[in-house]
Design a protein around this ligand. Structure first.
Ligand code: GLN
Length: 493
């Protein structure tokens, strides 16, 4: 493995600026690593020529002293982001072969700042899943393995390709999206850092929609600083997305290393689940102690509607998905199967084009929105959503700056181990993350330790709306205090 791929994004940026190596050399090192990591199935499409073309342009700019914030930095892009001239599938058969004639706003922002693209990263189909096993292009394999075992482990989902690629050093950072936990849960499973920003912080334009009132773009990165650097470029107002917020984007990197003294950290008692594993409880306790040692004030809080978040999410998200996915009809994009008439065309295309989990969500969503059940399910779920948001509002009004919770109820599991007989078993992965999407808040996950079988575990920090800087400061404090987690050495080449 080239030493260049071991650098963090910040180190690579600084190395390029001081001409220790060229953007072409850096990009070549990653292109080679990606080409040798097929076993992990992290990328659906590789774009080495594109990366090199941009890297050459970056070297020219660096030579002229005109480097932009991400000049020459190679990234991976979750295949949910439309990329002009490069196939974009949402990991679904129904979009196979779709080449968008436009670029998503978030990726356009990254290219504006000089980043290069290594390719499109695998994910759960339409971002529905927690293990990256629902992709039409096959599961992503985590670079992590349990101690003394070569069982294949999931990288989490839905941004499993993004998390695996960052952890396996197949890019310096990656774009991801989070509707119910899809940035934070895979980050926790792979020992990487992920942030779901406040709803409206990043534009959703050009990102394949799953549940529009919950979806948010964000980065997965090697460490807190790298995540802060990436978010600064990704975020910002976009007139093409009416839900994006017109507020200045802070220089998030400045918040990394800021003191956490005097910050009030809420510890929600409802996140202490019955039967939660002792190692997750212990990890959480250690997180509390690290922040206390940094000068933060720890306060027990109550978020009483937490227990309703998961059931309400699994009504709201499928409802929105069923309507968003109505556009895949065999007429406009990708796959088309024809029959005797137009109804046949819709039915044949959708039956073949969508995988099992996506079909399940469309059926649930259609049911909860139907005239007879709308009030009983959808309307009630929306009311619960309001109550969940109010729980957080009250905590913040009482002076809490951020909330610390575990990221996931367990470490990563093996392929095929969960959800085969009962999909709810898979849905339970999101128990600590969905509340944050329901309330539109920012959430950061940072690696904090290893499980007894040697897999990464993460802690989650939940912030006030648009106060991502507080999360970066607190996240860095945890990162500094936690034992260093060495990323796995490549067994997959
Ligand atoms: N795992 C959750 C789901 O399957 C969340 C997915 C996401 O955040 N995109 O819906």
């Amino acid at each position: 493995m080239s030493e260049l791929t071991r650098l963090t994004l910040a180190e690579a940026r600084d190395g390029l600026a001081s001409k220790k190596f060229s953007a072409v050399e850096l990009n070549e090192a990653f292109i080679d690593a990606v080409a040798r990591a097929k076993t992990l199935n992290a990328y659906i499409v590789e774009t080495p020529e594109k990366a090199l073309e941009r890297a050459r342009a970056s070297d020219e700019r660096i030579a002229k002293g005109e480097a932009r914030p991400l000049e020459g930095v190679p990234l991976g892009v979750k295949d949910l982001y439309a990329t002009e001239g490069v196939q974009t599938t949402a990991a679904s058969h129904i979009l196979e072969g779709f080449v968008p004639p436009y670029e998503s706003t978030v990726t356009a922002n990254l290219w504006r700042d000089g980043a290069t693209m290594l390719g499109k990263l695998n994910l759960d189909e339409f971002a529905m899943g927690s293990s990256n096993e629902t992709s039409y292009f096959g599961p992503v394999i985590s670079p992590w393995r349990r101690k003394n075992s070569d069982a294949k482990i999931v990288p989490g989902g839905s941004s499993g390709g993004s998390a695996a690629a960052v952890a396996a050093r197949l890019c310096l950072g990656a774009t991801a999206t989070d509707t119910g936990g899809s940035i934070r849960q895979p980050a926790a499973f792979t020992g990487t850092v992920g942030i779901k920003p406040t709803y409206g912080r990043c534009s959703r334009w050009g990102i394949v929609a799953f549940a529009s009132s919950l979806d948010q773009a964000g980065p997965i990165a090697r460490n807190v600083r790298d995540a802060a650097i990436l978010l600064r470029s990704m975020a910002g107002h976009d007139p093409k997305d009416t839900t994006s917020v017109d507020a200045p984007v802070p220089d998030y990197e400045k918040a990394v290393g800021a003191s956490v003294k005097g910050k009030v950290i809420g510890i929600p008692k409802e996140y202490r689940l019955d039967g939660m594993s002792a190692e997750i409880t212990a990890l959480w306790e250690r997180g509390v102690n690290w922040l206390r040692a940094g000068g933060a004030e720890i306060r027990e809080i109550s978020l009483p509607h937490t227990k309703h978040a998961l059931p309400a999410y699994y009504i709201v998200a499928p409802a929105e998905a069923s309507s968003n996915l109505a556009r895949y009809d065999g007429v406009r994009y990708g796959l088309r199967r024809t029959g005797k008439d137009i109804v046949d065309l819709y039915e044949l295309t959708r039956a073949e084009g969508f995988g099992k989990e996506v079909r399940r969500r469309i059926m649930i969503g259609t049911y909860v929105l139907s005239a007879g059940y709308y009030d009983a399910y959808y309307l009630r779920a929306q009311k619960i959503r309001t109550l969940i948001k109010r729980d957080f509002d009250l905590a913040y009004a009482a002076g809490v700056d951020a909330i610390l919770t575990p990221a996931t109820p367990s470490p990563a599991f093996a392929l095929g181990e969960k959800g085969a007989a009962d999909p709810v078993e898979m849905y339970l992965n999101d128990v600590f993350t969905v509340t944050v999407n329901m309330a539109g808040l920012p959430g950061l996950v940072v690696p904090a330790g290893l499980s007894s079988d040697g897999l990464p575990l993460g802690l989650q920090l939940i912030g006030r709306p648009f106060e991502e800087e507080t999360l970066f400061a607190l996240g860095e404090a945890i990162e500094q205090a936690a034992p260093k987690i060495a990323l796995p050495e490549p067994w997959w080449v």
